[in-house]
Design a binder for this molecule. Structure first.
Ligand code: COA
Length: 283
């Protein structure tokens, strides 16, 4: 794994191509301070190109996933400090949205507990979100007199519908994991006791797929969201061409051969057999 400097507010763990990044301020319910955000930005930039990271899991230490922005260190401490505020805003949005949403490998939010306010940004930025049945969510901003700012109000529309977004943003009511799943805010809810096991199993599966096909797929699904039908069609044709060029293991030809000629697998039921899954960076 790529060399890293020691972090104080996050913990990074890597095994078998799966990197788990843990927000590590359990005493503060993993609220995001400017120092934590700087470490996350540094970390995520390194992981983008890290050949030992094929899947990224984001979780929290202790009983919270993240209680959102740190009201003391991110808000109050930067009052009257416009330069510090701009830097902190830039840093937090860089890692939580621009880097994480566009991360070139699959990302999984492993939601172990409380998830409030600003934490919705990185929750929605992750490709997949698996929540413990004990996790609790809330757009709590209204409860302390502000709006779901940063990018929260904007990114809500990616995974929640208008009625649910408006209801929970206006009421400030917290809600449980089952409601988060019903609304599409998380992909799946699992028992808290099996959360880590279930997420690792999924991460292992993703880490064993053709990484170029995975990368192109996530870019395709994300990018066409804001395109017209014609633009999307054109983009997807170009993207397919790019994948064929980038995919040195030639997954397309291998998969077709194994299905049509060798009759060794069914694409509807499992992936084709890869020869020697190679380490993959994000060139
Ligand atoms: N910013 C700063 N500090 C926070 C924090 C936040 N967002 N969330 C929790 N903390 C701190 C508390 O101030 C407390 O610190 P202290 O021990 O120095 O007093 C510590 O974390 C534990 O918080 P506490 O409220 O006692 O824990 P809890 O388990 O009873 O409740 C929450 C957990 C998450 C429900 C509650 O802390 C909370 O409502 N946090 C704010 C959530 C929020 O509105 N976030 C939106 C920010 S954009």
């Amino acid at each position: 794994m790529a060399e890293r400097k020691p972090y104080e507010n996050i913990h990074v763990d890597n095994a078998d191509g799966i990197t788990t990044v843990t927000l590590n301020r359990p005493d503060k319910r993993n609220a995001m301070s400017p120092a934590l955000d700087e470490e996350m930005l540094d970390c995520i930039l390194k992981l983008e190109a890290d050949p030992d990271t094929r899947v990224l899991i984001l979780t929290g230490a202790g009983e919270a996933w993240s209680a959102g922005m740190d009201l003391k260190l991110y808000f109050r401490a930067l009052e009257g400090n416009p330069a510090g505020r701009i830097k902190a805003e830039w840093t937090t949005h860089q890692w939580r949205w621009y880097r994480l949403y566009n991360f070139p490998k699959p990302t999984i939010a492993m939601v172990n507990g409380y998830c409030f306010g600003g934490a919705f940004t990185q929750l929605i930025a992750c490709d997949i979100a698996i929540a413990a049945d004990t996790a609790r969510f809330g757009l709590s901003e209204i409860n302390w007199g502000v709006i779901p700012g940063g990018l929260v109000s904007k990114v809500l529309s990616i995974s929640m519908n208008y009625r649910d977004s408006m209801y929970y943003a206006l009421s400030g009511e917290s809600f449980g994991a089952a409601d988060a799943e019903r609304m599409g805010l998380v992909t799946k809810v699992v028992p808290a006791a099996s959360l880590k096991h279930d997420v690792m199993k999924l991460a292992k599966h993703l880490s064993e797929l053709n990484p170029e096909a995975v990368r192109a797929t996530k870019q395709a699904v994300k990018t066409v969201r804001d395109m017209s039908m014609d633009q999307a069609h054109e983009y997807l044709m170009a993207k397919s061409g790019q994948l064929a060029y980038r995919d040195k293991e030639n997954g397309y030809a291998t998969g077709i051969k194994q299905f049509i000629d060798d009759k060794t697998f069914r694409p509807g039921l499992q992936p084709y057999t890869r020869k020697a899954p190679a380490k993959h960076g994000a060139a």
